[in-house]
Write a protein that binds this ligand. Structure first.
Ligand SMILES: Nc1ncnc2c1ncn2[C@@H]1O[C@H](COP(=O)(O)OP(=O)(O)OP(=O)(O)O)[C@@H](O)[C@H]1O
Length: 724
């Protein structure tokens, strides 16, 4: 028996033993909790009148409930480890020692007894850095007590599934390329995969970076930005448990489907899930007291495509849109706010039950004492002053109803508190047309006005900062404007991981956010570039590279089918061709009703097959009886430029196959089968086969459309044009 298999047997035995112990403890504590409940209900009428006994009881109960929750979490983690307890091993000879110490690395720490020496080290533990960062030879890692130096005498990689050793081998390389090729060659899951077994050195440096407050990652399509950002979160949660909980982390994701796509990674890495939201939805909620409805980014893109290059007044509209999201706009708001001080308030005496505050006094407080308070919150500060004086004079605390009356009197000094009206003043002052003057329930904001109005709100009222968020992740950074980053800075004065790819912008005039992010976030910022791409086969990567002409991207060499470009007579013919080319694993009826697959679905071939597997590619094959030796996939996508085209394609395909799903901006589930959607909603996702349909060649977004679609494909890419 090999050393790896022997160790696996020992670990499995001990894992099962710990799980049995935990089962017993959980049952015991549960009985204790039930006993406490019973005691309470039987005796609560006789408990001491001051409630001390009652308080003691509930404290004890709470302690036990928390303890059991911890036990349950631990059991869940260990059960997960039963499937694959470890995936790597490093033998390290510390400087000054003669013998190597062995470290097995897995998805979590495991020791036989609580607090004992780990049999398995969590991939995030300091010593595990050796596995990702070094080949055999001199190496070092950062331990809490300082940098530890030594030499790696041997390194192993394992694949274990269902508690069984699939393969093991000693490797000289950091992460053996064959393994990575195999991982990348497997069919895409419906969701993003965790990459702990094959994290690359440059990715590891980003994941383990705790120094930089704002880390900005510019990375080519498929370079692993999203994967790295999520693993980084898992790492930060592991290393700063005292100060950082999953509820303190927020991911700004482009839409709900993307949220679903990444939602399982953190639970898989042994952490609780984190909150996700789209900035557009947040803005809409923040403005719902001011306007009835807002356009979102996707409406804006659709309009841009419809209008193309030739739309009437397009240039003027474009210029206005740009100005409203720009640095110039932010500066303009500052100037406007200074003038607004004089325009917004009609100073008058305020009286309440015989006590009066003269207009001049209010003016003084407003302009001098509280000059640092935002304008629409300032009168509140003046009112507090008045209330203080009143309460001191009458030696009493005013009840809520009276405070309300006083507040109203002070508020009435404002000419208006309606943000919509004030925003219109700003537009008129700046020489732009005002929004329609309609009652609140009929107000509709175009996308170009959503963030300017939101910004104005935060500059006029206190309380924008969401201090419970301690780490913000911004994915698809290229899709946020200067103004949106300024707003994000106000909302989230915390650490950030910002990631994106300037080539995947969906803007007519792409801008590089890296040029202004340092200005907004100051010296706390560090920018890193990820140049190696992992998703696509070499053939697809080369094709995508030609679309943008971007140079300098390094591709992981994995070969596959040539990209197929064809012109067909009609849209229907193109869709018929899709139906002919699509090759999904499941029978249609089966795929339609079933939930997401099990781990078994991702299974790779055995050890022997693995070692000779440099031919990497999707590993599932139909039985020869079904279709010779053709490869089958988990999912495919039909991607179009516009929503209308996507709906048409969906209808056509759905009539002919069961497992066809349409994703629109409100969808929240990413499913196995054929996904039909637009290029802008497919951002961030990946598919085994991608079919790109048509697109308006004259549109300024055509190049981005083709590039984003092409880079979504893992194994096969088909580009179909149709018509004359
Ligand atoms: N170290 C790695 N080991 C295995 N797979 C990896 C690794 N790095 C990236 N990948 C795979 O590459 C693909 C792309 O990763 P990811 O979606 O995180 O990239 P991205 O840079 O966010 O892409 P895009 O910007 O194009 O949406 C995924 O399938 C991911 O699992």
């Amino acid at each position: 028996m090999s050393a790896g298999t022997e160790f696996l047997a020992v670990v499995m035995e001990k894992l099962r033993g710990r799980i049995r112990e935990l089962d017993e403890t959980i049952e015991f504590v549960q009985k204790d909790i039930e006993g406490m409940h019973e005691y309470y209900w039987e005796n609560y009428t006789e408990m001491d009148q001051y409630g001390y006994e009652n308080f003691d009881n509930s404290q004890a109960l709470l302690t036990q409930i928390n303890a059991n929750q911890e036990n349950l979490n631990m059991r869940r983690r260990l059960k997960r480890m039963l499937d694959s307890p470890f995936f790597g091993r490093v033998d390290f000879i510390y400087d000054g020692d003669d013998e190597a110490e062995t470290f097995h690395i897995g998805i979590g720490n495991f020791s036989e007894k609580r607090g004992g020496i780990p049999l398995i080290y969590d991939w995030r533990a300091p010593v595990s850095g050796l596995f990702y960062d070094y080949d055999r030879g001199p190496a070092s890692y950062e331990a809490p007590s300082g940098r530890m130096h030594g030499e790696i005498s041997s390194k192993w990689q394992y694949k274990i599934r269902g508690g069984r050793m699939i393969y093991e081998f000693e490797s000289d390389m950091k992460i053996d390329d064959d393994i990575l090729k195999q991982e990348l060659g497997t069919n895409s899951d419906t969701q993003l995969k965790n990459i702990v077994r094959t994290i690359q050195k440059e990715q590891n440096a980003i994941i383990r970076n705790t120094k930089d407050k704002v880390l900005v990652i510019q990375g080519a399509a498929g370079s692993g930005k999203t994967s790295v950002a999520l693993h980084r979160i898992a790492y930060l949660l592991y290393h700063d448990r005292e100060n950082l909980r999953s509820s303190n982390i927020l991911v700004l994701s482009p839409n709900s489907v993307f949220s679903d796509y990444i939602s399982h990674i953190l639970p898989e890495l042994g952490e609780e899930n984190i909150r996700e939201m789209s900035l557009d939805l947040f803005a809409y909620r923040e403005l719902k007291d001011t306007v009835a409805d807002c356009e979102d980014r996707y409406h804006q893109i659709e309009r841009q495509i419809r209008e193309g290059c030739a739309g009437r007044d397009r240039q003027a509209r474009e210029a206005r849109y740009r100005w409203k999201q720009s640095k110039e706009f932010v500066q303009c708001v500052e100037g406007f706010l200074v003038e607004l001080e004089d325009r917004l308030v009609d100073f008058q005496n305020v009286e309440y039950k015989g006590m009066e505050k003269k207009a001049e006094e209010i003016l003084k407080l407003f302009y001098h004492k509280f000059s640092g308070v935002p304008l629409l919150s300032r009168m509140d500060a003046v009112m507090e002053c008045f209330v203080d004086e009143y309460e001191t004079l009458h030696d009493k605390t005013l009840p809520e109803e009276e405070l309300l009356v006083i507040r109203e009197r002070f508020e009435s000094l404002y000419v208006t508190t309606d943000l919509y009206v004030i925003y219109n003043w700003l537009l008129e002052d700046s020489g732009y047309p005002a929004l329609r003057d309609v009652p609140a329930e009929k107000r509709f904001l175009k996308y170009e006005d959503v963030y300017p109005l939101l910004y104005l709100k935060y500059r006029l009222l206190t309380g924008a900062a969401r201090r419970n968020i301690r780490h913000l992740v911004i994915d698809e950074m290229q899709d946020y404007s200067y103004l949106q980053y300024v707003i994000l800075g106000l909302l989230f004065p915390c650490n950030m991981t910002i990631l994106g790819d300037r080539a995947q912008t969906v803007d007519q005039e792409p801008m590089d956010v890296l040029t202004f992010l340092p200005e907004i976030f100051g010296r706390k910022i560090r920018c890193i570039e990820m140049k190696k791409s992992y998703r696509n086969t070499a053939e697809i990567a080369e094709y995508a590279g030609k679309i943008t002409g971007i140079e300098g991207v390094e591709y992981f060499q994995r070969h596959g089918k040539a990209v197929e470009e064809r012109r067909l007579a009609s849209r229907e013919e193109a869709l018929d061709e899709v139906l002919r080319q699509v090759r999904l694993i499941r029978l249609e009826a089966e795929a339609a009703g079933e939930e997401r697959g099990t781990d078994e679905r991702r299974e790779m071939p055995g050890a022997e097959e693995m070692r000779g597997a440099s031919k990497a590619g999707p590993t599932r094959e139909k039985s020869s009886a079904e279709s010779g030796s053709e490869i089958e996939y988990e999912n495919a996508a039909v991607l179009t430029m516009t929503e209308e085209e996507a709906i048409d394609a969906y209808r056509y395909l759905k009539e002919r196959r069961e497992d066809v799903y349409y994703i629109d901006r409100d969808s929240s589930l990413f499913q196995k089968g054929i996904t039909v959607t637009t290029f802008y909603l497919a951002k961030g996702l990946e598919f085994d086969q991608v079919f790109v349909l048509g697109g308006e060649k004259e549109s300024p977004l055509f190049q981005q459309f083709r590039y984003i679609c092409a880079t979504r494909a893992l194994h096969e890419l088909y580009v179909y044009d149709f018509g004359a």
